[in-house]
Design a protein around this ligand. Structure first.
Ligand SMILES: C[C@](O)(CO)[C@H](O)COP(=O)(O)OP(=O)(O)OC[C@H]1O[C@@H](n2ccc(N)nc2=O)[C@H](O)[C@@H]1O
Ligand SMILES: Nc1ncnc2c1ncn2[C@@H]1O[C@H](COP(=O)(O)OP(=O)(O)OP(=O)(O)O)[C@@H](O)[C@H]1O
Length: 288
């Protein structure tokens, strides 16, 4: 038996931190959505009781450090599955980019093994399992548009935002999520208007969606990595409707409605950044 599962990247339309928790995580409130930049996950059932990870991308670990491996292990242990699985990851999402690539791979493995082994696990249960792997995995299990609260694992789905083009630029640096959260000064934050973003999405109001974007982690990453700041300024200069860093960065994205303007931004980034993508916002669910 063999099946394919798509693992789309996410972007944060908002990211707010409410306070630091005693468990050293931060209580967050974020509006996230999916984009048409996706890894492809191939799952092949093995008779032998092993989990194999294969990928041609040298930055993707092929052992238990891989979040996809951890997802398979979790399902196998919880549901006493004695078969094995080979997981082939066709990596399209840049690694350590703030786009939840590893989390989305893990979520795709949870969804895929649920189908492969006919386990009939509900989406809600899969999301709860996913939260044991990482804070972004629950959102990725839904793969839609949602508000994420708690440390990211409490998901309330939203309708898809008005569709638009998303230009993404990933500078050649890796950013540690943990260190960005650690450098945050909670009493100095300019909080995004999360309620305003939710209303804008529910109203299908593209202009307001653009106006309400905001990420409290952005100023931390921008101050540590001037190249991210430079890319953001370049995108703003090229006429984007909104420009924001995703997650803890370093990827910056621009929103625009017209395709020709998306390519103008893309062309404007020549010489600033090698990894640039032009994709559509997806926003609606991948699962049943
Ligand atoms: C920045 C975001 O990607 C936005 O969507 C997420 O908040 C982070 O999600 P993630 O990478 O899946 O995060 P995890 O792997 O769970 O945590 C990595 C590290 O980030 C910090 N972390 C993460 C989530 C959170 N709500 N508070 C935190 O302080 C913790 O130091 C943690 O050790
Ligand atoms: N399936 C995977 N794909 C990519 N990286 C993975 C995977 N599993 C584990 N990793 C490790 O996780 C690290 C972070 O990679 P990932 O691409 O998930 O970051 P990210 O997009 O910044 O995540 P987030 O937005 O959730 O904070 C990598 O450096 C890599 O070593």
């Amino acid at each position: 038996m063999f099946l394919l599962e798509k693992a789309p990247a996410k972007i944060n339309l908002t990211l707010d931190v409410l306070h630091k928790r005693p468990d050293h995580y931060h209580e967050v409130e974020m509006v996230m959505t999916t984009i048409d930049l996706a890894d492809r996950i191939e799952l092949i059932e093995l008779q032998e009781d092993i989990i194999e990870i294969r990928s041609e991308n040298r930055f993707v670990p092929n052992d238990e450090r891989n979040l996809a491996y951890r997802a398979a292990k979790l399902i196998k242990d919880r549901y006493h599955i004695k078969h094995g699985v080979r997981i082939y990851i066709d990596k399209q999402i840049p690694v350590a980019a703030g786009l939840a690539g590893g989390s989305s791979d893990a979520a795709a493995v949870l969804r895929g093994l649920n189908r492969l082994w006919s386990l009939h696990i509900s989406v809600k249960e899969l999301a709860a399992l996913g939260s044991q792997i990482g804070s972004d995995v629950s959102f990725c299990v839904y793969g839609s548009t949602a508000i994420a609260r708690g440390r990211g694992e409490h998901i309330t789905e939203l309708p898809a935002p008005p569709s638009c083009w998303v230009v993404l630029a990933k500078p050649e640096i890796g950013v540690s999520t943990q260190s960005i959260y650690q450098n945050l000064q909670p009493n100095r934050l300019i909080h995004p208007d999360t309620a305003g973003m939710i209303n804008a999405i529910k109203d299908g109001n593209y202009i307001d969606v653009c106006k309400k974007t905001g990420n409290v982690l952005e100023s931390v990453t921008l101050s540590l990595y001037p190249e991210v700041k430079q890319i953001k300024a370049q995108m703003e200069k090229s006429g984007a409707d909104a420009v924001l860093m995703s997650g803890s960065g370093p990827t910056v994205f621009a929103l625009v409605q017209q395709e020709n303007r998306a390519y103008r931004i893309y062309n404007g980034l020549r010489g600033f950044c090698n990894e640039v993508y032009v994709v559509r916002m997806l926003g609606s669910s991948y699962v049943g």
